[in-house]
Design a protein around this ligand. Structure first.
Ligand SMILES: Nc1ncnc2c1ncn2[C@@H]1O[C@H](COP(=O)(O)OP(=O)(O)OP(=O)(O)O)[C@@H](O)[C@H]1O
Ligand SMILES: [Mg+2]
Length: 337
């Protein structure tokens, strides 16, 4: 029985003729998926270990982790390019490696290699032909994609003269040539400048708005934080944290008050009711265990002449969550979960 998750009620399900069950609305599901390449000097397995994940259709799902944590290995397993040593998974209800789902997916590898002598149109013609596309349908698709990724005006420039950002854009276009429902992107924003990163975010959110599911792998937490709906953090092949970005960043119910124009006297007064107070960039930042304490403190602060710069739920950065999760001796520090 291939029923891995408990959210059947929300998403609906269908029974395969052979009795297996698939959840409608899921793009990917894995259960204890493992690929052990070897063991290190300490006898620890190297690769991917017992990864269980669920990706719903229409999500931007981030698989995050430091170098060597198993992101590309996971991607290759989901693409059917390598085979698990244990565990199992499905993409659109089909077992990993099945040819049926491969028609519905697109893939941009890390640091993709393209034929340098081709221009953007020729390159997409080549990839389209691999899918048996041709004629006016392919020409129309190429025009649509080049416009989508912002390369239409630069369509006759050869790959050898591309900037890194242009390579990534044409890479996304080639991954979309067959109009896939699910897109796998490995380290998409690596090496891009800040404007390139924002452009890519817009492109990816546009694709999600078109109904596509995006599975992105990255070690660049800052880039992924505003983009992903849901993430898994891996370290040394093991899952460390899972959740929506909001869930991971929120610090259990604490409220944050940020003040400018504050005095030492006010700081001393607020510190008596705050969980902690610190000064950063000339601002006083205090955290409170509940909303009523924070509101009382805000009133005191305004009466004392301070200016409220921010008042709301306390949030960490994904980088802080990541360091907390992977910082210890063990692959994953579960202590604060
Ligand atoms: N074909 C292979 N044979 C042996 N070990 C491998 C093989 N491919 C990957 N590994 C090892 O498996 C671990 C996970 O590698 P993987 O490439 O999946 O990591 P990653 O998270 O994608 O890293 P990066 O951020 O550097 O791309 C690493 O320790 C790597 O050295
Ligand atoms: Mg990788």
């Amino acid at each position: 029985m291939l029923l891995f998750v408990s959210n059947v009620r929300r998403l609906g399900h269908t029974l395969h003729t052979d009795g297996r069950c698939w959840i409608i609305g899921l793009a990917i599901e894995t259960e204890k998926l493992s690929k052990i390449y070897t063991h290190d000097a300490n006898g620890q397995p190297v690769g991917l270990i017992d990864l269980s994940l669920v990706v719903e259709e229409g999500q931007i799902f981030g698989l995050l982790g430091p170098n060597g944590s198993g992101k590309t290995t996971t991607l290759k397993l989901l693409l059917g390019l390598i085979f698990p040593t244990a565990g199992r998974g499905q993409v659109f209800g089909q077992p990993l490696g099945s040819n049926t789902y491969k028609q519905r997916i697109g893939f941009l590898p890390e640091g993709p290699y393209f034929y340098e002598h081709l221009n953007g149109v020729e390159l997409l013609q080549f990839y389209g032909s691999l899918f048996g596309m041709g004629g006016s349908a392919l020409s129309a698709r190429i025009e649509e994609l080049l416009k989508l990724v912002g390369m239409w005006d630069r369509r006759f420039i050869r790959v050898r003269d591309y900037s890194r950002g242009m390579r990534q854009r044409i890479g996304v276009a080639q991954a979309l040539i067959n109009d896939p429902d699910l897109l796998f992107l490995d380290e998409l924003t690596s090496g891009l400048d800040p404007i390139g990163v924002v452009d890519m975010h817009h492109l990816l959110t546009d694709l999600r708005d078109m109904g596509k599911t995006l599975f992105v792998c990255s070690h660049l937490l800052k880039d992924m934080e505003p983009l992903c709906d849901r993430v898994i953090i891996l370290n040394r092949g093991k899952e460390c944290r899972t959740g929506t970005v909001d869930e991971l960043l929120r610090v259990a119910d604490q409220v944050r008050l940020v003040l400018s124009n504050w005095s030492d006297e006010l700081k001393t007064r607020l510190a008596t009711s705050a969980a902690d107070c610190e000064v950063a960039d000339k601002q006083l930042i205090c955290h409170f265990q509940d909303q009523s304490q924070a509101l009382a403190a805000a009133t005191i602060a305004v009466e004392a002449g301070a200016v409220i710069e921010d008042l709301g739920a306390r949030r960490r950065t994904l980088e802080e969550v990541f360091i907390e999760a992977v910082g210890g001796e063990e692959p994953c520090d579960q202590s604060s979960e």
